[in-house]
Design a protein around this ligand. Structure first.
Ligand SMILES: Cc1cc2nc3c(=O)[nH]c(=O)nc-3n(C[C@H](O)[C@H](O)[C@H](O)COP(=O)(O)OP(=O)(O)OC[C@H]3O[C@@H](n4cnc5c(N)ncnc54)[C@H](O)[C@@H]3O)c2cc1C
Length: 398
């Protein structure tokens, strides 16, 4: 039986390994349109690859039906990921639950996956661009271009693992969704996520370069949607950093729907408004001679203080309001090239998550980010890729 996997990234390579390990008489091919396999893995975790997280649960994922995430993680969760990679030869570094290869090199993860594929006799075809997938009786015909020639290959079982257009890596594009849409499978809007937010406010330039611990809260049409705390980066285009990444998918969806998006930053989240009022009252008693900008020294970064003073004048109550809830009008997210993942993709109603098989077409499976499930930062997106890849591969090989 021919098992073909389209897309040789994190989920595709895992699918190839589990398919090869699950059935002896199968011939397994991986079709990759880029010149090399698994390029995106190399840039994960700033080149260190945060491959999973000890604190694994479905509440780290966003999806229209979170029970499907539970289903997948129950079959292949944190422990199974560790076990899988241990058997491939990795040992790990655990940083507050965030798991990395001990070498600190994402290339180690790609190397062990490639080596296992090769050991198991997986046939990897790179530089092969699929044009269409045709359903033919009980199998699939993939029409593709190789060396400028049109060719066909038949799959008894087909796994689509083509990822998303996120990142600036060659190979990351929308072509996988196109193949799937041609089969009449429902694909939801694919939008940038885990990315920075762009603002039209002119004060951004004046605060560019500042990194500060704060809380960012996202409001869509004046309603609070999501928030996160951590190191926020103020940039000339808007705001970035992990807390901003975590909420960016909500901004992406709302902006796409033409809604008003505002991000509010609390620059001193661990002090309440009343506590700040007391602090400033005491400052005025202790140092009455100091001007307002002098009172802000040691409280706020100088660039941030300058912008807040310009905006709110010398009114201490307004200044405190600005410190606790500084508004950025969000016009856009960063583009896919500067995003880690996409939100959107194959609607979860289209898939049987016990097997990752399409509900519409038998013997067609999906894996990875191409599915409309997105995780927060912290190893959750790769976990989704390994888990769905493993389940798809095993079931395809049955
Ligand atoms: C900068 C960056 C840092 C990240 N860091 C982390 C991290 O530390 N931890 C974490 O959990 N996640 C991280 N992610 C997210 C993670 O990399 C992805 O969620 C994961 O790689 C998705 O796996 P996948 O197999 O679905 O897609 P991919 O790994 O993108 O693989 C898809 C493959 O399919 C190929 N392909 C696409 N279309 C076609 C086609 N039509 N025909 C043939 N081949 C095709 C692509 O070239 C690619 O090789 C990061 C992402 C980025 C961009």
């Amino acid at each position: 039986m021919n098992i073909i996997i389209v897309g040789a990234g994190a989920s595709g390579m895992t699918a190839a390994i589990s398919a090869a390990q699950s059935g002896k008489n199968n011939k397994i091919f991986m079709i990759e349109h880029d010149d090399r396999v698994g390029k995106k893995i190399l840039s994960t975790g700033n080149g260190k690859c945060n491959l999973t997280n000890e604190n694994m649960s479905s509440d780290k994922y966003r999806c229209s039906d979170i029970t499907v995430v539970d289903k997948v993680l129950n079959k292949f969760g944190y422990k199974e990921t560790i076990d899988f990679f241990e058997k491939l030869g990795l040992i790990f570094k655990n940083r507050d639950g965030y798991i990395y290869p001990y070498s600190g090199q994402a290339s180690s993860v790609l190397d062990v996956l490639r080596m296992k594929c090769s050991e198991l006799g997986v046939d990897i075809l790179t530089g092969v661009k699929p044009l269409h997938i045709k359903v033919s009786n009980d199998s699939y015909i993939i029409e593709y271009i190789e060396d400028d020639k049109k060719k066909n290959i038949r799959a008894d079982r087909l796994i689509i693992a083509t990822g998303s257009p996120a990142s600036n890596i060659s190979g990351a594009d929308n072509s996988g969704y196109k193949l799937i849409k041609e089969l009449g499978i429902k694909v939801n809007n694919v939008l940038p996520a885990l990315t920075g937010l762009r603002s039209s406010n002119s004060f951004c330039k004046a605060m560019a370069g500042v990194r500060c611990d704060g809380t960012v809260s996202l409001y869509v049409d004046n309603v609070f949607v999501s928030g996160d705390t951590g190191e926020i980066q103020l940039t000339d285009y808007g705001i970035s950093g992990i807390p901003v990444f975590q909420i960016s998918r909500f901004a992406s969806i709302a902006l796409n729907e033409g809604k008003r998006v505002v991000a509010k930053i609390d620059f001193i989240p661990h002090l309440s408004t009343d506590e700040l009022k007391t602090i400033f009252k005491n400052k005025q008693i202790n140092c009455p001679q100091k001007s307002m900008d002098e009172q802000l020294i040691g409280v706020l970064n100088k660039k941030v203080a300058g912008v807040i003073l310009k905006r709110y004048g010398n009114d201490i109550y307004k200044i405190i309001e600005g410190i606790k809830s500084f508004e950025f009008d969000i016009q856009a997210t960063n583009p896919f090239e500067q995003s880690q993942i996409a939100t959107g993709g194959i609607d979860v109603s289209q898939i049987n998550f016990d097997t990752m098989e399409s509900k519409k077409f038998k013997k067609l499976y999906f894996a990875g980010e191409i599915i409309d499930v997105d995780g927060i930062c912290g190893g959750y997106n790769l976990q989704w890729a390994w888990a769905t890849g493993y389940i798809a591969g095993r079931n395809a090989a049955k």
